[in-house]
Design a protein around this ligand. Structure first.
Ligand SMILES: Cc1cc2nc3c(=O)[nH]c(=O)nc-3n(C[C@H](O)[C@H](O)[C@H](O)COP(=O)(O)O)c2cc1C
Length: 372
């Protein structure tokens, strides 16, 4: 009997699939739809106390695809956004949290918050949201565009001292679990993650989007997405970021065993999610995937995860959480292992590369896996 449920920091999720902060959790109607369709949890769109400063532009998304057919959503592998946090008034969010919790009292509603570098603002938003009944917090210390201009988001998350300070302010007031959401736009993600844990956060979420320039249009010569002919660097997400997210999740769980990790980045299938769990995540968040395929995608993801578990005779998610971490080692150890195994190596020396067999030789050195 396969059991997809997970218990994390005292929160009970029916399954590990959680809506990642962004458009799919923009208001009560969207969050209710997510729970009706079977998502294990929802992180709402990031909110702040004063939304009057938040002004979005349109278009604010751009995407890259391996197909010319815009309806072929599976072919889209990269997505960029220059969207800000929620522009909805704080009091509307408080009403929404009550509405969602009234309808789904047992489902984890995770409140994503962001504020300026002011202790009173962070503590006020924490107290007012938890009074409205949210089950936990995710601190957005990681949005890479727009808000760093106001010293928010990634401007905080890339500085471990500020991460520790802000998380400390939150932990003074929080009565529910707190996860700090990490930016991948740093050299060592374990530095801000360690700062969040030192401040007492129960977990971290990783990753937010990767700072990017999506493309330059070769007809107009304008970078994309162009807003009245101009743009700003944005945040990259979707399938293309998954290997980077997996690497960063692995680094966090190896550095902080036993701490909570919510894995995020390019998840669209149950098999993608299984990989994050194998590297130590207990929940897996999806944002861009929902924007491309709709809330209903969770049904297939649950079936795919259950099929994976059945194949390996895992009955519970906790039985394979972090299982694959043991297989990371050093390059020197890989060399020693091949030596001990007496493996006959393909193309042992760089001098063996041949101009007329070059592509075949590169193929022979490649482990290819088709997925998703
Ligand atoms: C349009 C859009 C808006 C987003 N808004 C937020 C946000 O308000 N707060 C936040 O923490 N992350 C936000 N994100 C980042 C996602 O939650 C997620 O970390 C990132 O996109 C990688 O996951 P994905 O590939 O499943 O989208 C946004 C992403 C997108 C695509």
């Amino acid at each position: 009997m396969i059991d997809l449920s997970v218990e994390v920091d005292g929160l009970k999720f029916d399954n590990p699939f959680v809506i990642g902060s962004g458009p799919p959790g923009s208001n009560a109607q969207c969050m209710i739809r997510a729970f009706e369709d079977g998502w294990g949890g929802v992180v709402c769109k990031t909110l702040s106390l004063d939304s009057s400063k938040v002004i979005n532009v349109a278009p604010r998304y751009a995407r890259v695809s391996s197909s010319a057919d815009p309806k072929d959503k599976k072919a889209i592998y990269g997505f960029e956004n220059i969207e800000l946090i929620s522009d909805r008034p704080f009091k509307d969010w408080i009403d929404d949290f009550k509405r969602v919790k009234d309808k789904f009292p047992g489902k984890p509603l995770i409140c994503s918050i962001m504020e300026e570098h002011r202790k009173d603002a962070w503590q006020e938003i924490v107290e007012r949201c938890q009074d409205a009944g949210v089950d936990s917090f995710e601190l957005n210390l990681s949005c890479p565009h727009g808000l760093p201009e106001r010293k928010m988001g990634m401007a905080m998350g890339e500085n471990p001292d500020i991460v520790e300070e802000v998380c400390g302010w939150v932990m003074e007031k929080a009565k529910v679990p707190v996860w700090a959401k990490m930016t991948p736009n740093v050299g060592h993600i374990t530095d801000p993650a360690g700062a969040a844990f030192r401040a007492g956060c129960q977990g971290v979420s990783a990753i937010n989007t990767i700072l990017s320039v999506m493309a330059v249009d070769l007809d107009t010569l304008r970078p994309q997405p162009d807003v009245e002919g101009h743009t700003v660097p944005g945040g990259y997400s979707c399938k293309a970021v998954r290997p980077i997210a997996l690497r960063m999740c692995m680094e966090i769980t190896r550095a902080f065993p036993g701490k909570t990790l919510s894995g995020i980045g390019g998840v669209e299938t149950g098999e993608d999610a299984a990989q994050f769990i194998l590297l130590g995540a207990s929940t897996v968040q999806v944002c861009t995937g929902v924007m491309l395929h709709g809330y209903k995608m969770v049904k297939d993801m649950k079936t795919q995860l259950a099929t994976f578990m059945e194949k390996h005779k895992f009955e519970k998610v906790s039985q394979f959480m972090g299982h694959s971490l043991q297989y990371f080692t050093t390059h020197a150890d890989l060399v020693a292992r091949q030596h001990a195994a007496k493996v006959k190596k393909t193309l042992e020396k760089d001098a063996d590369w041949k101009g007329d067999q070059f592509v075949d030789q590169a193929d022979a050195l490649t482990r290819a896996k088709v997925q998703g």
